[in-house]
Structure formats: C-alpha cells, structure tokens
Write a protein that binds this ligand. Structure first.
Ligand SMILES: Nc1ncnc2c1ncn2[C@@H]1O[C@H](COP(=O)(O)OP(=O)(O)OP(=O)(O)O)[C@@H](O)[C@H]1O
Ligand SMILES: [Mg+2]
Length: 310
C-alpha cells in the first residue's frame, strides 16, 4: 500500500488527531477523518443484483488492501470503479471472479454472491465461475496464435466446440459452428470488418486497439454473464478508446459490465453507476453516475472528482 500505516497506527493517529491534513481537512492522498456513512454506499436500484458483495476484506501479507467493502452490482448495466492509484480497484475487481486466488500473498474474507450463490464456497467450480465472469485486462494479451484460434480456444476448452481429426473420426466435427462463433464474437466486439479476411494471421500482428477488441471477443466467445474490465483503454489512442467505449455501452444491453478506469470523463460517459474507492481500500460512495459526478455526499469524493487530490 502506498501508505505504510498499519491499523493500530492509524487508530492512534485518528484518536490523537495526528493525521497531517492540508486545507479542507483532506490529505493529498485523500485521507481524512471524514466518517463514511453506510447510506453512501447503499445504492438502491430497480431490477436484480447480479453480484452482491458483503464485508469484503483483502490483505496482501500485512497490507490491508480492501476494508469491509459491501456493494450490490445491478445486472445489465455498466458499473465504473474509480479512485486514486493503490486504493484497491483492481483487487476488488479480481475478487469478483476469484482471480486473487492466484496471488499467494492474498487473503480474502467476506462474501461475494453471483445471482445469490456464494462464489467463495469451498465447492465452487472455478472454471465455470470464470466462464460466467470473464475478464479483460489493461494490456491486451492475445495468445500467440491465429485470430480464429484466439476466439475458439475457450469454447474448445469448455467442450462447446469440437473439431480436428479426432472430432471428425467420432463424427462430431464442429468446424461450421466454430466459423459461426468466430464471426459472431468478432462482430460483437466490433472487429469483424477489420479482420474477416485474415482470420488465420497471428493475433500479435494486430494493432493494440485491435488486440484489445480481440480480447473482448475472446471473452464474449465463452458466453459470459459478467465482464470485468481493468482499465481496458488506458494504453490506447483516442480513436481506439472511443471504439472500446462504444462497445462497452452496447455490451451492457446483454451483460453486466464492471470497469475500472482512471479517466473520469470515461466513467461519466459510459457508466450507469459509479463506485468511488479512496486510499486505504475503502468504498466511500456508490450511486448513479450523475449523482456521483454532480452532487456527491462525501467531501473527499467531491475533492477527488474535482482534481484536488489523487
Ligand atoms: N499481488 C500483490 N501483492 C502484494 N500487494 C499487492 C498486490 N496487488 C496489489 N497490492 C497492493 O494492494 C493495494 C491495492 O492495489 P490495487 O492494485 O488493487 O490498486 P488499484 O486501485 O488498482 O491501483 P492502480 O490504479 O494503480 O491500478 C496496493 O497497496 C498494492 O500495492
Ligand atoms: Mg489497478
């Protein structure tokens, strides 16, 4: 964590009023003695919650990276996660499909339910979970294979398509199904027009923006319900970024999208609701995006959004 205080130090400093603050009672990293009110994160919405997170804590060794985060994420919408570097956005996102399980130092406590079923249950099927809750990372990471194989790899692994010699021998050749799936996924990711005549070319020959849309197509190919995106456009130029933004808005008609972004305008443009995390791993406010950007409850959120720190 960017600040090296442990909980005891922090409690002691708060008790003695010892936190250094600049004008407005907020430090440059957004810490203050402002109390977080439960109702600031108690977001009420119509429709169902796709994901329900309750009292989620994450530690990396002794670092307490996320503190008691609770939030309900509505289905078929875009939820933006914003906040200064190191506040735990990626950590939170990775908790939603148990990607943090892969980090040895990480310890997680709390509950995450996907449509009412606990994903941290000891019997949870992780392959199935990550099929239902897909992820797109900050840097595009296509496999060093053809464009076609990048798309069909996941469905083949899950046994949804079978092709090749063995499949032909057993009379289960799904080559046509594969072609349909590749076309559909690439169209959904707004990439088909650009690559339809070179599906057998290596995916690493695509531009950065095309690679990122390929990764989104790869994620869509396994038919997920939730798509987690960690700053998917931060390495892209403005034109490629706006393609990804348009795409995210379209995806929300069918999928539940949770996106981390450092770009406030992007969050304001594409999301339906916004969650603001601040330094120390706290979720401070979660509400309709318009409300967060126009009239937040928390002074620290207002300071962050207006660029006073972070
Ligand atoms: N694999 C890890 N091992 C140890 N500590 C980690 C690990 N990943 C994250 N952390 C720590 O947890 C805290 C939250 O990190 P996280 O990456 O979730 O922040 P973030 O909000 O995504 O930041 P950024 O905006 O810079 O991506 C930081 O203090 C970070 O150093
Ligand atoms: Mg991050």
């Amino acid at each position: 964590m960017s600040n090296a205080l442990n909980d005891e130090d922090r409690e002691e400093q708060t008790a003695t009023g010892g936190v250094d603050t600049d004008a407005g009672g907020v430090t440059t990293s957004g810490e203050s003695e402002e109390e977080v009110h439960d109702e600031w994160t108690d977001y009420e919405f119509d429709g169902e919650a796709k994901l329900s997170v309750t009292d989620l804590d994450v530690w990396y060794g002794d670092d307490h990276a996320l503190k008691g985060v609770s939030m309900d994420i509505p289905e078929n919408s875009v939820t933006a996660l914003i906040g200064p570097s190191g506040c735990g956005k990626s950590t939170f996102l990775r908790c939603l499909n148990r990607m943090n399980d892969r980090i040895k130092a990480a310890r997680i406590d709390g509950s995450v339910e996907l449509e009412g079923t606990e994903i941290y249950d000891a019997n949870a099927n992780l392959v199935e979970l990550r099929k239902r809750v897909g992820m797109v990372f900050q840097s595009p990471n296509p496999f060093p294979k053809s464009i076609r194989e990048n798309i069909s790899y996941g469905p083949r692994k899950h046994g949804d398509i079978e092709k090749g010699l063995l499949a032909r021998l057993f009379g289960r050749d799904d080559t046509d199904e594969e072609a349909d799936l590749v076309e559909r996924s690439l169209k959904q990711a707004a990439l088909w027009e650009e690559v339809s005549d070179r599906l057998d070319d290596n995916a690493l020959g695509l531009s950065g923006g095309q690679q990122q849309r390929l990764c989104i197509a790869r994620c869509l190919a396994v038919d997920p319900e939730v798509i987690l995106m960690d700053e998917p456009a931060s390495a892209l130029d403005p034109i490629a970024t706006s393609k990804i933004e348009d795409l995210v808005e379209t995806l929300a008609e069918e999928y539940t999208v949770v996106i981390v972004t450092h770009n406030m305008q992007q969050a304001a443009r594409i999301s339906d609701q916004t969650a603001v995390f601040l330094t120390g791993g706290e979720l401070v406010e979660f509400d309709d995006t318009d409300k967060i950007f126009e009239n937040p409850e928390s002074q620290r959120v207002e300071d962050y959004i207006t660029g006073k720190f972070g």
